[in-house]
Each structure stands twice: as C-alpha cells, then as structure tokens.
Design a protein around this ligand. Structure first.
Ligand code: FES
Ligand SMILES: [Fe+2]
Length: 361
C-alpha cells in the first residue's frame, strides 16, 4: 500500500481543489458551541480560506453567514470571537444586519433605492452535536448526525460520555508548518510512538508496540497504565472521574478522527477536542480545547496544567515530526511513501480523501 503522492502534501493547486471538494462539501468543526450563549456572541472561522461567522441571535439560536458584506464585498468581522452590539455592522459604509442576517440599516441609501429583503447575509448551515459546533458551506448538506454516522472512526459512540455537558477549561493555538493531511496521518498511527513519545508510551502501554488499538479490545479504546483515569504523565489525576462512567471507560483513552478537521480524545476525567484549520498546502493551525466537567472548572482551585502540560508535550513532539515530513515530501525523489499493516487507518483516510478530491489534472 502507498501513501498519497508527494505533491498532494505540498502543491498549492492541490490545496485549491481541496478547498472546494473537501472543505466546502463536508461539515467542518468550528469549536465549542457554549462560547456563543448571549445575543451578539460570534465566532469567526477560517474554513480553509473561506471566512464564516457564527452569531448567537436574539432568540438564542446560532446562525452562520459568509463574512462578506452584500454592498461591495467588504469583510465584516475581524478577530476570532467577540460580542457584537445590536447588529452585524460593516466597517466600510456602515450597513447593518440583524443577528438573523437581514439587512436592516443602509445609511444615506434610501429604502426605495435597493430591495433590502433580497440583500441579507449569505447563509451557512450550522449544526451542533454534543456541544461541538459544525458549519457547512454547501447548501442543503446531509444532516450532521447522519454524516457523523458514516465516519469510519464512529464518533457517535462518544455520545455516551455526555460531552455536551463539558465546558472548555483551557485552549491552546499552535501554528504547524505541515499539511493538514500529514497531521491527520500522524494522529492515526502509533508506529512513531516508541521513538517520538517516550513519555506517552509509559502511560499508554499499548502504544509501545506501535499499535493504535489494543489487542482483544473491540471498542477502539486503550487502557491507561495502572488504572489511570487521565491524560497526564502517570495517568493519575486531581480530577474526579466523570459521572456515569464504569471502571472500564474510566481507565481508558478513546480517540477518534472526524474527517476532515477534528480529533476527539476522551479519558475518565476530561476530554480534548482538536480543530485543524488548514491555512495552505504547508500550514495548519491546530487549536486544542481542553474540556472538563463544569463543576471542576467552577472550583476556585481549578488547575488543568497536569493535563495541558502533558498533552502539549506529546502534541509538540508530533508537530516536530509532521514538520519534518512536510520538508521531506517536497523532495523530487518522494513520489509516494509506503503504508505498513499498522497504518490501516491511513489507508481508510486516503481512500475517502481521494474519492472526494478526485483527480488533480
Ligand atoms: S461594503 Fe459593507 S457597507 Fe459598503
Ligand atoms: Fe504522535
């Protein structure tokens, strides 16, 4: 079995095709929905170069829009997130849109000059699953849960953890100089674990053998050493096990990829969601959200550093090798790499990717 072709990882023309055929035609993970709880709260999401805003309306509902003014095309909002007062206002000629997207103000332009009813913001579909907010650029997308149900990593099995009840306790943002597919491929194999992650293999013994899965376990999870309940250096934690988990789930680590831009990792005490924001053929911004029970965050002594420090250590070990791969695959000698048996998840990813993307020429 082969990897993708070398230029699939670095050619700008391949990235241009992906923007249309992959990122505009799949649900795209945008971040946790609970950050948008008051009217005017907004998030600004870069969907592989297409700027989308999601706004909380006066009715509490979330709506997505292209971040483009209908007047002359100015970008409307800057910044990753914030709260708008009263309306979405364009900084150019001050046209105003309601949080529901209707054009409601056009200073110095009479109502009879233009048909405001036809000039609302261009909509983008938004759906929430388990507190995770997704956007979809294509009109009439497949319903989110149905689309999730067809994912080869079966993220729907995570519903039992009630991730919708969790809140974000910490967030990190890292610029990684690697193609988004290299980051996903790296997440989906553990042949590199014994070399790259000496600390990780201490706490997840199954990873020592280079396997992503544990033998004799059909649920896709791996056990933490000595009954650990958390993604820390020794698996031990100051945090309580989340309510409703049995001993087996409480002492396991479950990970999954949601194609094309999300990872979810769950342990007994917390969860981690990861957003990949592809910025170009060789650049990906990785946002890591650390999710905890609300009562743990409300504790005045809340300190997630035992988890954040360990996960960031492992993540940065991954970013270093991803960037090495990015430099290597540019070589004219690299036509394809090879996939071993334990790289089977990469093969599944590549098959879906190639079916969606189609030929480049
Ligand atoms: S471009 Fe937005 S008001 Fe003119
Ligand atoms: Fe890794």
């Amino acid at each position: 079995m082969q990897t993708l072709a070398g230029r699939d990882y670095h050619a700008p023309e391949v990235f241009e095709i992906e923007r249309e055929r992959v990122f505009a035609r799949n649900w795209f993970y945008a971040g946790r929905a609970d950050a948008l709880s008051e009217p005017g709260d907004f998030a600004n999401i870069d969907v592989a170069g297409e700027s989308v805003i999601v706004v909380c309306g006066n009715d509490g509902g979330l709506r997505g829009f292209y971040n483009v003014c209908r007047h002359r095309g100015s970008r409307l909002c800057d910044g990753a997130s914030g709260r708008m007062k009263g309306a979405v206002k364009c900084p150019y000629h001050a046209w105003a849109y309601s949080f529901e997207g209707e054009l409601i103000g056009t200073p110095n332009v009479g109502k009879d000059e233009i048909d405001r009813s036809q000039l609302g913001l261009w909509p983008v579909d938004v759906e929430v699953w388990q507190g995770f907010l997704f956007v979809h650029l294509d009109p009439d997308p497949q319903p989110l849960e149905e689309w999730l149900g067809a994912q080869h990593d079966h993220p729907c099995k995570f519903s039992r953890f009630h991730l919708d009840q969790l809140r974000t306790g910490h967030t990190t943002v890292t610029a990684v100089e690697a193609n988004w597919k290299i980051v996903i491929e790296n997440y989906n194999e553990c042949l590199h674990c014994p070399t790259v992650h000496p600390e990780l293999v201490q706490v997840v013994p199954a990873f020592r053998k280079g396997a992503v899965f544990e033998k004799n376990r059909a649920d896709g999870g791996v056990g933490l050493a000595e009954g650990g309940t958390s993604f820390t250096a020794n698996g031990k934690s100051r945090f309580e096990v989340m309510p409703g988990l049995d001993e087996h789930d409480a002492t396991s680590l479950y990970g999954c990829t949601v194609y094309p831009n999300m990872f979810i990792d769950v342990t007994g005490t917390s969860a981690i969601s990861t957003i990949l924001l592809p910025r170009g053929a060789g650049h990906t911004t990785v946002i890591t959200e650390y999710l905890f029970r609300p009562e743990a965050i409300a504790d005045p002594g809340f300190d997630p550093s035992e988890i954040v420090d360990f996960v960031e250590l492992v993540a940065h070990q991954d970013y270093v090798v991803c960037e090495r791969v990015q430099r290597g695959v540019r070589s004219r000698a690299f036509t394809h790499g090879v996939l071993a048996e334990k790289d089977s998840l990469l093969d599944e990813f590549n098959a879906r990717y190639l079916a969606e993307r189609g030929p480049v020429d």
